[in-house]
Design a protein around this ligand. Structure first.
Ligand SMILES: *[C@@H]1O[C@H](CO)[C@@H](O)[C@H](O)[C@H]1NC(C)=O
Ligand SMILES: *[C@@H]1O[C@H](CO)[C@@H](O)[C@H](O)[C@H]1NC(C)=O
Length: 120
């Protein structure tokens, strides 16, 4: 009988989903906040290594729905900015979901909430 040699290399499995450091990010902004203003920065961390911990942020599930055009997130830094100017007639409170997705195969994601309150 011959012998068989096996070479097994262990790669980091993508077994941790990104986790936000807060479940809800609340921010209050004056109604005259300028377009492009920085609002808040979210932060998720992932315990995996390499691309499995490389996180990309996105916003989804906006309420009211037109908030989709009002806020944007920088996908690498997690910085949320105001995209348009605020209108007095609009809602005083905006809610959205923030997702953090790693680049594992398959990717895993974590979720948080962002609440923006417009104050006088
Ligand atoms: C995110 O949180 C981690 C762990 O608390 C920290 O090490 C890291 O510097 C934070 N990143 C940002 C961009 O604040
Ligand atoms: C979460 O991370 C953000 C961005 O780095 C930071 O501003 C905030 O203070 C952190 N929150 C906690 C509870 O550490």
């Amino acid at each position: 009988m011959g012998t068989v040699q096996l070479v097994i290399s262990v790669l980091d499995a993508n077994d941790n989903a990104p986790q936000f450091n807060q479940s809800v990010y609340k921010v209050q902004i004056p109604e005259n906040t300028e377009r492009g203003a920085f609002l808040v920065r979210v932060n998720a961390t992932d315990l995996d290594e390499g691309t499995n911990c490389n996180i990309s942020y996105s916003l989804t599930n906006f309420f009211p729905p037109d908030a989709k055009d009002m806020f944007e997130i920088e996908k690498n830094s997690g910085e949320i900015h105001l995209r348009s100017s605020l209108d007095f007639e609009d809602a005083a409170i905006y809610r959205m979901q923030v997702d953090a997705q790693d680049k594992g195969n398959p990717p895993l994601s974590g979720h948080g909430k962002v609440v923006v309150e417009v104050v006088d």
